[in-house]
Structure formats: C-alpha cells, structure tokens
Write a new protein. Sequence first.
Length: 174
Amino acid sequence: MDRFEVTSEVRVLLAYWRGNASAVHRQLVVRAGVAAGKSAMPVPGGAPMEAVPLLDPVPSLSTFPRAVRRDLSAGERAGLARGPEAARAHDVFGRRPTQWRNQTWEADHVQAPLVVDADGELVRPWVTWFIDVATKTITGTAVTPGHPSRASILAALRARRAAYRPIRARGRYP
C-alpha cells in the first residue's frame, strides 16, 4: 500500500481548520461516511462538504498528523495556525549575518491586499522590493499589475539606482 501524502485539497482543508490536523481528519471521516450512505452529523466549521475530498481509504488518526508534519514545512504549519507573520519567523528572509551596509541585498515579492484597475481589468498588484540586509532599509521598489518577472526585478533595481542616497545613521541628506 502506498503511503499517504498531503495533497493540495488536503492543504485547503488545513487552511480552513487553521492547521488543526485532527479536525481535518474528523471532516474526512465524516465525508467518507456520507459517501458510503451512512447518516452523519455535519462537522461544525471547516470547509463545506462539497470541498472535502473523498479519500479511499481515509488514513488513520495517527497517520494523518504524521503525514502533515512530514509534507508541510514548519513555516507552512505555523502560517496555517497563526498567520503569515508566524510563517515569516521560519523563513530565511533577512536572516543573513549583519556586516556593513550595501554589502548584501535581498529581494522579495508580495501580492498587495487590494484590487486596482489596470487597463479596465481589476487585478491585485505585486510589489517587488530590495532590502539592505545590514540596515533593513528598502532600497528599491516596483509595483506591477502582473506576476513578478525579470522586468519587475529590473524595475526595482532601476528605482534603487535612481533614488540612491547613502544611508546615514545621523544627520540629514544633502
């Protein structure tokens, strides 16, 4: 028998249940019972029944959390349970050793939590930025209506060069 692996549908259920593997397992068992013709009480909360995949067979209660721990990273599990800030704590972003300013930059993309009109179409824009690791200062940004690409990275670099001023700890810029 093949070992159970967490699928994208199960990941959606974990998101509904905020990472609670036991609650997801309970909902999978109820879904399997309904498909078999047994009358079952609906599980309060979680995903709607039509969104719950029908697994044949449903893994055991000990197997399911073990598969979740194996197939999801610690950051994914923290993000499901406590949100994106908790997931960031397990990320490598901004974790390099601090040396001196402008020695190392990191780039990142994030989809903005708003909808804008771009050529008559409502889209969620992407923000690309560069950050100086030593000072945690954003040195260049670009906002684009589509998914991040080489063009958005180059636009953020261009913005960084155009607005570049040395970062000072005290005093004012000339």
